[in-house]
Design a protein around this ligand. Structure first.
Ligand SMILES: Cc1cc2nc3c(=O)[nH]c(=O)nc-3n(C[C@H](O)[C@H](O)[C@H](O)COP(=O)(O)O)c2cc1C
Length: 150
């Protein structure tokens, strides 16, 4: 079965505090676990960034539902790729607080959030964006545990 990773960003319809985002991730975990999905959710400055990983059909079906949730709009898929391994294998839905990111990661997150203004869908994710996303995802490998929970 092929494994897929999808990363999107969206605009929250209102401000969310840390606890609300944690609850959102917590509420997603049982369903994600049942569908063999893992990933990461971040809220930063009016934007959600989410990574979904799992069997391709499950990722697709889940994204189709999530993207219509009333809490956000203008979902923009920045990355959809077949992968061999998961970045967040141990998290049904990790939740990261960007307030704990270092400057480098905050900069990457800022940059990624801005890309949603480019339109609802990216037909051909550009190489620079792919490299940026790769660096962003890689940086989670060296993060102190308290930065990510879930
Ligand atoms: C930013 C965001 C991320 C979400 N992530 C997931 C997820 O990973 N898995 C899932 O099953 N649902 C996810 N959802 C959907 C909600 O968890 C779920 O459908 C919703 O809370 C159901 O209750 P509601 O009717 O109050 O929206 C997400 C929703 C939003 C806005």
């Amino acid at each position: 079965m092929s494994l897929c990773r999808l990363l999107y960003i969206s605009s929250a319809v209102r401000d969310f505090d840390t606890e609300e985002v944690q609850v959102l991730a917590a509420n997603a975990r049982a369903r994600n676990a049942a569908n063999d999905l893992t990933g990461l959710l971040i809220y930063h400055d009016g934007s959600f960034l989410q990574v979904l990983e799992g069997p391709s059909e499950a990722v697709q079906a889940s994204y189709a539902r999530i993207s219509h949730n009333w809490r956000h709009k203008n979902p923009t898929v920045l990355l959809r790729e077949e992968v061999a391994d998961r970045v967040f294998p141990e998290f049904s839905m990790a939740c990261a607080d960007p307030g704990k990111f270092d400057d480098d990661m905050q900069g990457m997150l800022q940059h990624l959030s801005q890309l949603k203004q480019d339109g609802p869908r990216m037909s051909a994710p550009d190489m620079k964006v792919k490299v940026l996303i790769r660096s962003f995802l890689n940086s989670f490998t060296d993060l102190p545990v308290e930065t990510v929970e879930g």
